[in-house]
Design a protein around this ligand. Structure first.
Ligand code: 5AD
Ligand code: SF4
Length: 490
């Protein structure tokens, strides 16, 4: 399962791990600008790319014009991904030409799933691209750039994921000093599920899990550098099956139990899950672990058995309902989230009605929904009965209206509650901070800056359209008190 889609964004110096001594600006310092598209795994990968480049004297910049190296970390999940990359490369070409007038060079790299899927085609169509690097080869970036400096076009799209993880982990360890209070940690990559709409098994390759030791070491290092919340990432994160120190294989539930023992890591999350891999141990972890936040993104894609079968999802709607019942029995206040695709080939009005019925029955706290998009090379792309665009648009609007109603109701149900909020950064207005509720809602409140990184008891006093507004209770980190302070559910 792919990760929850996020707004495209740049990897900024505040979220990127600034390197230690090597990050100091010297005459040899070069600037790297990374633009990240797509899921959280790309966000994590962008951070690791900057880690790997730090010892080479690269420092992150917000400013494209100022960059000696530009990397586009791309996403291929839905339509027009490659076209977006080519038009962005067109804009970058102009910046590069401007810089050249003052004698400054700019190298350009394309990373991520479009790089994996398009390979050499990218440097053919966009000659300004010096390096094309697939998601499993980021550890080789310094070497690839070195080769490209000789004027060669370099394309590296091998699948050697173990090497990537070993190397990136080492680099991250050496170079990370300070981090934002909430961080991502990739525990698993790739997917063997082959849902018939999805490119991920082709762009990210087969499922590979990192070892328990590697993950624990990285999480301990994060905790030591001030991280309070870790979100474990994987395209199919609950299929995690990593090697433990004793040689046995651990699932995600066991891994979460181990991570919850790390001092300072007060919040754990994971994304994204597949219903087939939600085993009892993981569900019980939601019941047992105070550190495991009451939020679960569990995409179902469709509520119609016929479409689920054609999508190769390998479960029925009834099985999904049973799972939801089990999860809610273990964690009654959990916020459920999901992904939906409308207009998959062959989807009739009745199939769509089944999806709407499923949404009504489950009652989501939030959800992401998409019009089906034909991805070249996937079985869905060549299926008969492709659904017309106007039908897809109408169904999407209907579904989003229902989800939005449910989201509003869920948010409104938090009014008057006191809950723990991890304060993450400054808010839009002076004197304001923004944090996250246990249910992953943004919470805005008046609070002094020195509380960033602390977990505070906050009373929810107002509900906005996208975030909650809260008031500080006192100014003591809740984990310093008789811990832990549970969210008060009324
Ligand atoms: N068309 C539309 N949506 C898609 N997704 C994945 N592939 C496609 C596609 N071909 C959606 C799924 C997935 C989310 C990350 O993106 O809902 O869960
Ligand atoms: Fe998720 Fe299915 Fe794609 Fe795998 S193939 S990443 S399970 S949507």
């Amino acid at each position: 399962m792919t990760s929850r889609p996020e707004a495209d964004h740049e990897t900024t110096p505040s979220t990127v791990s600034a390197s230690d001594s090597s990050s100091k600006t010297t005459s040899n310092t070069r600037k790297v600008f990374v633009r990240t598209y797509g899921c959280q795994m790309n966000v994590y990968d962008s951070e690791r790319m900057t880690d790997v480049l730090a010892p080479e004297g690269f420092e992150a910049t917000h400013d494209l014009e100022d960059a000696d190296l530009v990397i586009l970390n791309t996403c291929h999940i839905r339509e027009k991904a490659a076209e977006k990359v080519y038009s962005e490369l067109g804009r970058i070409r102009k910046v590069k030409e401007e810089r050249a007038k003052s004698g400054k060079d700019m190298m350009v790299g394309v990373a991520g799933c479009v790089a994996q899927a398009e390979g050499e085609e990218i440097s053919r169509r966009a000659p300004i691209v010096d390096v094309v690097v697939g998601p499993q080869s980021y550890h080789q970036l310094p070497d690839l750039l070195q080769k490209a400096r000789g004027g060669r076009k370099v394309v590296e799209t091998e699948f050697d994921i173990d090497a990537k993880f070993d190397h990136l982990s080492d680099q991250a360890q050496k170079h990370v000093l300070k981090r934002a209070p909430s961080a991502f940690l990739t525990v698993q990559e790739g997917c063997d599920k082959f849902c018939t709409f999805c490119v991920v098994p082709y762009t990210r390759g087969a499922e590979v899990s990192r070892s328990v030791e590697q993950i624990v070491t990285e999480a301990e290092r994060m905790a030591a550098s001030g991280v309070r919340e870790v979100t474990l990432l994987g395209q199919n994160v609950n299929a995690y099956h990593g090697e433990a120190p004793d040689g046995s294989t651990w699932g995600l539930g066991r891994l979460l139990r181990r991570l919850s023992e790390i001092g300072g890591l007060d919040r754990l999350r994971y994304t994204t899950s597949h219903p087939r891999d939600m085993d009892d141990d993981l569900i019980e972890a939601h019941r047992d672990l105070k550190t495991l936040m009451p939020y679960l993104h569990l995409p179902v894609q469709s509520g119609s058995d016929r479409i689920l079968k054609s999508m190769n999802r390998r479960h029925t709607r009834e099985e999904y309902f049973r799972l939801i019942d089990q999860i809610r029995a273990a964690a009654p206040d959990i916020a459920l989230s999901g992904d939906f695709i409308v207009g998959f080939p062959g989807e009739t009005d009745q199939d769509f009605e089944d999806t709407m019925d499923l949404i009504r029955r489950v009652e989501y706290g939030s959800a992401f929904s998409f019009k089906y998009s034909q991805r070249p090379g996937t079985p869905g792309a060549t299926m008969e009965d492709q659904v017309p665009e106007d039908v897809k648009s109408a169904r999407l609007a209907e579904l989003q209206a229902l989800v939005s109603e449910q989201q509003k109701a869920f948010n409104a149900s938090r009014l008057g509650m006191t809950c723990d909020v991890l304060l993450e950064k400054k808010g839009r207005n002076p004197g304001q901070l923004v944090g996250k509720s246990p249910w992953l809602q943004p919470v805005q409140l008046d609070a002094p800056e020195d509380l960033i990184g602390s977990i505070q008891a906050v009373e929810i006093v107002e509900i906005g359209s996208n975030s909650l507004f809260g008031q500080l209770f006192d100014r003591q980190d809740t984990t310093q008190k008789a811990r832990p302070v549970p969210a008060t559910v009324v």
